[in-house]
Design a protein around this ligand. Structure first.
Ligand code: GLN
Length: 467
């Protein structure tokens, strides 16, 4: 992307007579220059340039939509009609979307250009983008490091300056953690605020689509275009979408997570950074008080029991018959299922299917799945209680900065990456990671803000003015 970085700049360029086609060509060139990052699995050259020409015509006619001039990427688990989608898995080899996700329709209707689909962990399962069937993604800030996951390609596409924004999905932190690792803004909206119609499901009671951007203003713009009821996703709320004015929120009550300061394993610079923000906010006249993260040590196990249970059920549809890869060696129906799944799924996806099937199995259902549901309810109630006492909850997005490729090989250690992010998915409230910190190791890191469900207006206003 040659000239513009934010939506505001892109819009002014278009208003000043710059062509959207030229912006799209520049973005395609930037994607080629950054091929080594492996952020994109495919560039949609043809449809991107066709859309750009349509937008140019609308600009000329004085009918430009709010995203005219904006170039975006979509994570490879979001469907775009007549385009390939694979969830970075071999099992969807050759599969082409039959329809577009509602978010894609809304973005195109607002005159955005979609440049291509980005690499991710297979079926969005992971925290480093090392679980993709199509290779790892490099962090543009330091290519020895992971970009985070599962939306690693999405984060890299924004951090490298290829696109203005990216769509990712966040089931347990997959937007916020890569945003923290790449120095971008990552928003997970409230569960039910943005349609998941056309999102390849991982864990349906957690999944949300959200944006990666460079600024809070741009996150607010994309959120406003995407949010709201969708007939085709019955989990979307009928609550009207509050307009996002980004007006200064005034003096707020801010609860900070003490565990973010005291927990072993926290990087001392991340701790010091959070403390400095707490002191500054107090000095600015906000009420800043500690708040307990409910059942912190139970959050990751609860998430991994419930998310794997849901995944084992959602992924049953990939059977070698309905979609994508079918084993050539199989004789008969049962072998087709077995061999297609054995050949098509990678190791992490298999691990999750096995775990999920186990926690749902007759002898263990009450001990694991039902128990985890009860813990989730307590956790949700406590989180909502904290949200009612404070306007904003503040903490680190992650315990550390990005780690080196291959540095975390133990699955449990990788799962613990999600310690601060899964709460918002378990409780359903919105959360944003803001690029506020730069470590002495040269890597960026984020702070996470949370608010009550459907309080995106307050969350985004606080994110813009207080940090
Ligand atoms: N890292 C978490 C997991 O592997 C979250 C993934 C996500 O949000 N999609 O499940």
């Amino acid at each position: 992307m040659s000239t513009t970085k934010t939506f505001g700049e892109a819009r002014s360029a278009v208003e000043g007579g710059a062509s959207v086609t030229a912006a799209t060509e520049a973005a395609l060139a930037a994607a080629h220059q950054n091929k080594h990052l492996n952020a994109f699995l495919e560039l949609f050259d043809q449809s991107a340039l066709e859309q750009a020409a349509r937008v140019d015509a609308r600009v000329k006619a004085g009918e430009a939509g709010p995203l005219a001039g904006v170039v975006l990427s979509i994570k490879d688990n979001i469907c775009y009609k007549d385009h390939k989608v694979s969830a970075s898995s071999r099992i969807l080899e050759g599969f082409t979307s039959l329809y577009s996700a509602t978010v894609v329709e809304r973005l195109l209707a607002a005159d955005a250009v979609i440049l291509g689909r980005t690499n991710c962990d297979e079926f969005a399962m992971g925290s480093s983008n090392e679980n993709s069937a199509f290779g790892k993604v490099l962090n543009p800030v330091n290519t020895n490091m992971v970009p985070g996951g599962s939306s690693g390609g999405a984060a890299a596409s924004v951090a490298a300056g290829i696109v203005h924004a990216a769509l990712g999905s966040d089931t347990g932190g997959s937007i916020r953690q890569p945003a923290s690792f790449t120095g971008t803004v990552g928003l997970k909206p409230t569960y039910g605020r943005v349609s998941r119609h056309g999102l390849i499901a991982f864990a349906s009671s957690f999944d949300q689509i959200g944006p990666f951007t460079r600024t809070v203003d741009d996150a607010a713009t994309l959120y406003s275009v995407m949010a709201g009821r969708d007939q085709r996703d019955s989990t979307t709320s009928r609550k009207p979408v509050e307009p996002i004015t980004l007006a200064h929120p005034g003096k707020l009550r801010i609860g900070y997570f003490r565990e973010g300061l005291e927990r072993p394993g926290m990087d001392p610079e991340v701790v010091a950074h959070l403390q400095a923000h707490i002191d500054r906010l107090k000095a600015d006249g906000h009420v800043v008080e500690p708040v307990e993260v409910p059942l912190l040590d139970h959050q990751v196990p609860t998430y991994y029991i419930l998310a794997t249970a849901e995944a084992s059920s959602n992924l049953a549809r990939f059977d070698g018959i309905h979609y994508g890869h079918r084993s050539k060696a199989a004789k008969g129906v049962e072998e087709t299922y077995r061999l297609s799944r054995t050949e098509g799924f990678g190791p992490e996806v298999k691990r999750r299917i096995l775990l999920g099937t186990f926690v749902l199995s007759a002898g263990y259902y009450d001990a694991y799945y039902a128990q985890a549901q009860r813990v989730r309810r307590i956790l949700r109630d406590r989180t909502l209680e904290a949200c009612s006492q404070f306007d904003i909850l503040l903490g680190p997005t992650c315990p550390t900065t990005a780690f080196a490729h291959g540095a975390v090989s133990d699955p449990v250690a990788m799962y613990l990456q999600d310690i601060f992010t899964v709460q918002a998915n378990l409780a359903g409230n919105p959360a944003i990671s803001l690029p506020t910190g730069m470590h002495s190791n040269g890597l960026p890191f984020g702070l996470q803000l949370m608010a009550a469900p459907f309080a995106e207006a307050k969350l985004l206003a606080a994110a813009k003015h207080l940090f």
